[in-house]
Design a binder for this molecule. Structure first.
Ligand code: GLU
Length: 485
């Protein structure tokens, strides 16, 4: 059997990290088995689906390198991959389900159902219209009542071997006959999702635990679709654990860390984010957290996924990202930081040859100190800014520069550097150490902090002596002078 899995997002709202985790596990499963990763857009809900959300999902998938074999932009043998373009297939399946008696029209209003089922043991629809006679149907139709197609759940129980959670059984008496479409004929998720999985020959459905309750309904529907010749097989199912946020609540749209696009904006590496998301329910080994996607693909077994809820831990995510940063060469970090440096206005686009040269000289001191790509902007800003626009961090200035000790240190640094020859990090180090540490008797931290803030604008910067060398004598002295009141 060739593995065919899919990721089937609904393009409503900003993509959630849980959605990306689902995409990643499907992708890794497909790649591990040499199978096919299908990307299908479930945009049946016209009111809630937006182009913006769709663009964001596609963008993210591309950025993360979760490449799909069939779907938007690449096409494939089961096109179209947008549910909004597959209406005739759903209409056909629905007509055949109704004809075959697998589904029936229900004429009840929501109020009527509620009234009848007050205090009942089973919540939801009570199957009232299951066995209406032809006359009853005709009478409801004549009244002009809308008829909602409902699936006739079989009696007994439904059991499947969940790939993550083991054997699961639902008694169908607790699974009410459910709507497949609106009375208008607009199909619902309950119908379109299995019809498409069948049409696209999906072999394994790996999705979030929140969809667990729809699985017994879908398995029953598959049986009907198979009898009708619409489906060939029922896929296997695996339900991935919930992702929990703070306070052991499900990570929701309201939690800022839930939004997957924010990680790109904040300069996380795609491989860092994917590595972290992989840990939400899976581990490559008991004592190992950092791995590449190639390693994940080689090792991934859906049966190893832990069914217990996974906790989203931003600190851990940062640490994993930092570990991936350490694996990159300075040149690679430079290339990847470039778009952020331009976005943040540190560099112009295109970069001038002089700036390019300065960037290459500076990056070796920065690359090993940053944990996210955006931190390069904060670290390097002081080198590329026009003197007229150079400002100091207000808090660092007040604490380190505008004190008596700070002023004394900057004054001494200014005096020592005026005659420093040559203008090299080594000579600068000698001059400042002699003047501030040896002659004034200051502790290095007390001595150099104010100088650092004066020339780089902040307490956190590339190493001081190298920063001064890169900045040049004239600009360095100018900035020291500027803070001496
Ligand atoms: N469109 C559904 C969702 O985003 C897909 C569910 C599934 O994977 O079956 O929740």
């Amino acid at each position: 059997m060739t593995v065919r899995v899919r990721m089937a997002p609904s393009p409503t709202g900003s993509p959630h990290v849980g959605m990306i985790r689902t995409a990643l596990f499907n992708w890794a499963f497909a790649r591990h088995h040499g199978g096919t990763f299908v990307f299908r857009i479930e945009d049946t809900d016209k009111e809630r689906s937006t182009q913006e959300s769709l663009d964001a999902i596609i963008d993210l998938m591309r950025w993360l390198g979760l490449d799909w074999d069939e779907g938007p932009e690449v096409g494939g043998p089961y096109a179209p991959y947008f549910q909004s373009e597959r209406g005739d297939r759903y209409a056909d399946a629905l007509a055949r389900l109704l004809d075959g008696g697998y589904a029936y029209r229900c004429y009840c209003t929501a109020e009527e159902v509620k009234e009848r089922t007050k205090g009942a043991k089973v919540q939801g629809y009570d199957g009232h219209c299951r066995d209406l006679s032809a006359d009853q149907v005709a009478a409801f139709e004549a009244e002009g009542r809308p008829g909602v197609p409902r699936f006739r759940m079989p009696e007994g129980s439904i059991t499947w071997q969940d790939l993550v959670r083991g054997e699961i059984t639902f008694e169908t008496q607790f699974v009410p006959d459910y709507a497949l479409a609106r009375a208008s004929g607009d199909p619902l998720y309950t119908l379109v999702n299995p019809v498409d999985d069948a049409a696209m020959r999906i072999t394994h459905v790996l999705r979030g635990e929140d969809l667990l309750s729809s699985t017994p309904r879908q398995i029953a529907l598959y049986d009907a679709l198979k009898e009708l010749g619409i489906a060939e097989q029922t896929p296997e199912f695996g339900h991935l654990p919930y992702v929990m946020g703070e306070g052991n609540k499900k990570l929701s749209k309201r939690d800022p860390e839930a939004h997957a696009l924010a990680y790109r904006d904040q300069g996380y590496l795609p491989e860092g984010l994917l590595n972290y998301l992989a840990l939400l329910g899976w581990a490559i080994a008991a004592d190992r957290d950092v791995f590449s996607m190639e390693e994940m693909v080689a090792a991934f077994d859906i049966r190893d996924v832990n069914p217990n809820p996974a906790r989203f831990d931003l600190k851990k995510c940062d640490a994993i990202n930092a570990a991936h940063m350490r694996l990159l060469s300075v040149e690679e970090i430079t290339n990847r930081a470039l778009p952020y440096l331009k976005r943040d206005g540190v560099l112009t686009d295109p970069v001038s040859p002089a700036d390019q040269q300065l960037l290459e000289l500076a990056m070796p001191f920065v690359a090993e100190r940053i944990n996210k790509l955006t931190e390069a902007s904060a670290m390097l800003g002081f080198l590329f800014v026009e003197e007229a626009d150079f400002t100091l961090d207000a808090e660092d200035r007040a604490k380190l520069v505008e004190t008596d000790d700070g002023q004394a240190a900057v004054q001494a640094a200014y005096d020592a550097l005026r005659s420093c020859e040559p203008w090299s990090a080594a000579a600068i180090s000698d001059a400042l150490t002699t003047a501030l540490v040896e002659e004034m008797g200051l502790k290095p931290r007390v001595a150099f902090g104010p100088v650092r803030v004066a020339v780089t604008g902040r307490r956190v910067s590339p190493p001081l002596f190298e920063s001064l060398e890169l900045l040049g004598r004239q600009r360095s002295l100018g900035r020291l002078l500027a803070v001496l009141s």
